[in-house]
Design a protein around this ligand. Structure first.
Ligand code: BGC
Length: 400
């Protein structure tokens, strides 16, 4: 596919294709008080403009969320378990919290939804961070203990992501070190912390072994893909730029059961590194360039590096208050993905980010949801894009 090409198609997707929506615990549950991100939000002089607070109150309202996913016509739901709830202090596993998440898994299965479970979506227990977090290989053993506890509730779960975007995690670590909150686009962020990179790769590999021994799940991890595009003459610079930020993490998924591709936009690379979006580019509420072929191009990139590993788009979406643009973005994205599949890429599913308007790591302003959430009553309202995406899913893409 030529970069940026928009394709529309009327053919449908393969039988069994996963049509889902994605969420993450900290962004929707509310009062995730034992996590390190909560500490960051609430510390004096924080660089984060808003606190997560009650978020979408999904810790209590998850049944409503699942009802919405099912009623839209989707067949899958991706959510994360919150480590800081399951292991509130060193060595102490909460059976009550495990039971809570098991009820969510059962809730999916009862509604005919395939659960896709993420074990780590950016947040750590505070005690883990206090021990040095992902900057110490010795701490991997703590993650293994958590994964072992999580494995006890994963019966019937086919898709497990160990980490969400370890590359973003490693860049966020570097960003907080620098004390600045830059745009969450890898091109504009500091290079990933090297130790975090090595430690998360090792932790993923150990979790993969453990989960293979104790569950029947397909195990993978999800990578933030920024679609680094070389300007003429900057091909080598772009390769060197992309390796620590992205490709090293994709390479580490060799031998996994699947890899999750997450993409929203692109970053052009010139001779001196990342370039801003073109002056005339449409921008979304996160400031990112409107670039609906992001997921398809990221899938192509991943398939080139790992031709034998099945792919799932575990996140793709747009922060906007103009719901028509969400529909436009998503339909172009799905059309381009369908086209990429025709070239033989083994794409198993698509999860839209996000089900709900949620806490975007420091602010509620960028709204990614298919469903609006009243910030006081927590009432959910399906947006036209939610109904539209659900109808596409129910028709297995035939109505695109
Ligand atoms: C993350 C989400 C985030 C989304 C939009 C991804 O980097 O996994 O947690 O909300 O992108 O920024």
């Amino acid at each position: 596919m030529t970069k940026g090409t928009i394709i529309t198609t009327t053919t449908s997707f393969p039988a069994g294709f996963l049509w889902g929506a994605s969420t993450a615990a900290h962004q929707i549950e509310g009062n995730n008080t034992n996590s390190d991100f909560w500490s960051r939000e609430n510390e004096a002089g924080t660089i984060l403009p808003e606190r997560s607070g009650d978020a979408c109150d999904s810790y209590h309202r998850w049944r409503d969320d699942l009802d919405i996913v099912a009623s839209l016509g989707l067949n899958s739901y991706r959510f994360s378990l919150e480590w800081s709830r399951i292991v509130p202090s060193i060595g102490a596993v909460s059976n009550a919290e495990l039971a809570h998440y098991r009820r969510m898994i059962d809730g999916c299965l009862e509604r005919g939804l395939t659960p896709a479970v993420t074990l780590h979506h950016f947040t750590n227990p505070r005690w883990f961070s206090d021990l040095g977090g992902w900057r110490s290989a010795e701490n991997i053993a703590h993650f293994e203990e958590y994964v072992a506890a999580a494995a006890t509730i994963l019966e019937g779960v086919e898709w497990v992501c160990t980490f969400n975007e370890p590359n973003m995690l490693a860049m966020i670590a570097a960003m907080f070190d620098a004390g600045e909150r830059e745009e969450l686009v890898a091109g504009a962020m500091p290079p990933p912390d090297r130790t975090t990179t090595e430690v998360t790769i090792e932790a993923h590999h150990r979790a993969r072994v453990l989960l293979a021994e104790r569950t029947d799940a397909k195990v993978g991890w999800t990578i933030a893909n920024q679609n680094f595009q070389a300007e003429p003459g900057a091909e080598e610079v772009a390769r060197a730029w992309g390796w620590p930020r992205e490709d090293i993490f994709i390479d580490a998924a060799r031998g996994d059961d699947f890899i999750g591709v997450q993409a929203y936009t692109r970053v052009r690379i010139g001779p001196d590194g990342a370039l801003p979006a073109p002056d005339d580019a449409e921008r979304t509420l996160t400031g990112w360039e409107y670039y609906p072929t992001a997921a398809a191009e990221a899938v192509e990139h991943t398939a080139r590096l790992l031709p034998d590993v099945p792919i799932v788009v575990t996140e793709n979406g747009i922060a906007t208050d103009d719901d028509d643009r969400r529909i436009d973005y998503t339909s172009r994205s799905l059309g381009a993905l369908r086209e990429v599949m025709k070239s033989g890429v083994d794409l198993r599913g698509y999860f839209h980010w996000s089900l709900l308007d949620n806490y975007e790591w420091g602010s509620y302003a960028p709204r990614f949801g298919l469903v609006a959430v009243d910030r006081t009553s927590f009432e959910r309202t399906v947006k036209p894009s939610g109904a539209w995406y659900g109808s596409v899913a129910a028709a297995n893409g035939a109505t695109l």
